[in-house]
Write a protein that binds this ligand. Sequence first.
Ligand code: SIN
Length: 284
Amino acid sequence: MSVHAQTNEIQLNKTWLTGSCGAVLHDVDIAKGVDQPLFEAIHGALMEHGVIFFRDQDITRDQHKAFGSLFGKLHYHPAAPGPEGHPEILIIHADENSTYSAGQGWHSDVSCDEEPPMGSILRLETVPETGGDTLFSNMYAAYEALSDRMKNLITGMTAVHSGKHVYAGRYNVSADKMVREYPESEHPMVRTHPVTKRPALFVNSGFTTHIVGMKPKESKAVLEHLYQHIALPDFQCRFHWEPSSIAFWDNRCVQHHAVFDYWPEVRHGERVTVAGDKPYYEPA
Ligand code: SIN
């Protein structure tokens, strides 16, 4: 990290994971506090890389939440109650009793919400000896790589995102104890990122159920094509976790997929999620 004396601008020391997305930011210690110039540098890196990573972050729950709050209001998960006194925290845990792990399959977090989260900040405390990586895919690049014909077809169309099939029966919460009802929302299939103004593909195999205005078979065919496209390695990076690593991803332009290849080992951590805005599309 270096500071330009005249402008107070911080140049972060970082390592790109791939040419498509993801960068590890070095020399940042969140526990020491994040002042305005450092906040701007971190936010800039998130906008540039879609997902950023930090190693060796020894922080408390309150410090984790305070870091998230710098980027916006905190989001409350619709289905998973947080630990006592911390309703904004989402526990991510898998062990020998798990038959799945949270975040398996390509998705953008809680895209079923009317205003889906802007970003998610996951810190893992316990990691398996092998495996447990998370994959990320750049949705600007995925959109850009489509043919003009396909871009024209899906731009301006909307799709429905539902939480019911994802959350029903999960988190050991009965329907009457849900934090909120299962959300369902209609979003543009291509959204304009509110900061970068770039178009990004915004359908995901986790939450998107169908395209509005298409016959079921047409909708299925188009969505399946897009899901295969999103999963191409060309748009991805892969992050290998260590204890106290943090990943911070921008749900508006990146999807992720947590690989559950470590059973029966334990993988445990906590996520703070930053609230977002209603997705929209605006021609460039
Ligand atoms: C998630 O979707 O937030 C889980 C990601 C992970 O566990 O790597």
